[in-house]
Design a protein around this ligand. Sequence first.
Ligand code: AMP
Length: 399
Amino acid sequence: MSILVLNAGSSTLKYALFDELAHEQLARGVIDWQTQSEKVRLELQTQSASQTQSRSDISNNRDAVKWILHVLADINLGESIRAVGHRIVHGGTYFCQPTLINEQVLQSLEQVSKLAPLHNPPALMTIKAAQKYLPEAMHVAVFDTAFFADLPPSAYVYPIPYEWYEQYGIRRFGFHGISHQYCSTRAAEVLGRQYDDSLRLVICHLGNGCSATAVHGGRPLATTMGFTPLEGLMMGTRSGSIDPGILIYLMKQKDFDPEQLDQSLNHQSGLLGVSGISSDFRQIEQASQAKNERAQLAMKLFTERIQSTIGSLAVLLGGIDGLVFTAGIGEHSPLLRSCVCDKLPFLGLKLDEVKNQSAHADCDLATIQSAGRILLIQTREEHMIARETERLLELSQSR
Ligand code: AMP
């Protein structure tokens, strides 16, 4: 018996297979839609081997789910899937907990899709395909917004006409919640602290998408992403927070329409927009070290926005016991961690450069004298989804 996790993003479909208790990962992989060639690539990694396949007849998540199940069946791992955990980016205000998917839930998810047009529609297609090909399995939705369901009102109400909140539901939702929740729980474990004591954490999830969250005693106090995953830190191709007056100016004076603004701010901004080189942080690092001025500017902007966000979250928390770096850039770039931490000793956070250079998953990078700890936590969103799915499975069986 096993649990399959499907994580449908805007440009990839990640999958992972776990044992029935969600302890051990049996296989994982990704289908990447952002391919240069005609063919779509599927990667598969098991405990003992890895392989890559390419096909030209796969064009959507429906076909992709079928392909994943075939590939798993080929290595004798596809037969006994008893539950599927689906990552859903936006649960709106409807969903605050992992939820068993039925017809009514699907309808509510369709309604929420308008709020996350890049992320929710591919996830819905994935759910429907998985239900079709695995009709006996239990299907569970795990939400990226759920961790933020109990943000305090001061953290989710915007300083705009209150009627916009009441009439249009415009409020901050927060995203990357599965990662922030996993990392804050794991950080407490690494520090030997209880999750729900007064531990004050700032989690920096720095990948293609970037967000930071202040977590106090296991509960989120504030987070940088808002009504959409566009707000907050600078990202790979997303601008993060900018003066909304810019949009009014572009619409009124330069005839920009909503589609152009959407494209520019979601896909042509951030590291890519400033550097003109790439959204991939590795390329920005390389170009910056080769003294490319725009890449250097992009690095500086990226770093300074993280620093000022850590500062403002630290004030809300009244201090930081632990700063966490996670996701692609946070986990794998010693240079970025070093640049960010350069200004943090006044907050009692001192990076040990030797530990930073030889960092590994789930380790403490602060000097012995540092008052607060600096942690590298490997985010494990798929594992967290599998655990939540298993919990719901147990619960439904014990009823
Ligand atoms: P994610 O969205 O979590 O998969 O993170 C993707 C980002 O992590 C991309 O910008 C990558 O360039 C970046 N990344 C991955 N590996 C490294 C590395 N070794 N050094 C610097 N950045 C990295």
